[in-house]
Design a protein around this ligand. Structure first.
Ligand code: AMP
Length: 122
């Protein structure tokens, strides 16, 4: 499937929609989730047009991939969740229930998050 340049995160990257930035560099933007599920809920996205992790891991440059991982580390440092613990989630595709078709990592923390999935495997 082709990348949709009208998705909401593409609009954020173009500055058409505001965001509460936590961290930014040449390749990555991290910002507060608009509907936080925990006291810390930050989204980390690559600036390149990558729909999901499948595409990003196959097609992004090494520099972009390294920058993405380092940006997650920066968010962990800035939000100070590392000591108490945190969760990193990336929803991909239909079964992953991905709502926005631009790769994003959720960084969640600041409270006890409960078990990973809400029901056992079907
Ligand atoms: P997902 O279901 O993994 O695709 O997650 C999409 C996330 O994007 C949800 O947690 C939304 O709350 C979040 N979201 C949607 N629109 C915005 C926005 N304009 N700014 C920040 N977060 C957003």
């Amino acid at each position: 499937m082709a990348y949709d340049p009208d998705n909401i995160f593409a609009k954020i990257l173009r500055g058409e929609i505001p965001n509460r930035t936590v961290f930014e560099d040449q390749h990555v933007l991290a910002f507060q989730d608009i509907n936080p599920q925990a006291p810390v809920h930050v989204l980390v996205i690559p600036k390149g047009p990558y729909e999901n992790m499948t595409v990003f891991s196959n097609e992004a440059s090494t520099e972009e991939q390294v920058a993405f991982m380092r940006a997650i580390g920066e968010v962990l440092r800035i939000t100070e969740v590392a000591e108490a613990g945190y969760r990193i989630i990336s929803n991909n595709g239909q079964d992953g229930v991905q709502e926005v078709p631009h790769l994003h990592i959720h960084v969640l923390g600041g409270r006890r998050l409960g078990r990973m999935l809400d029901r056992p495997a079907a």
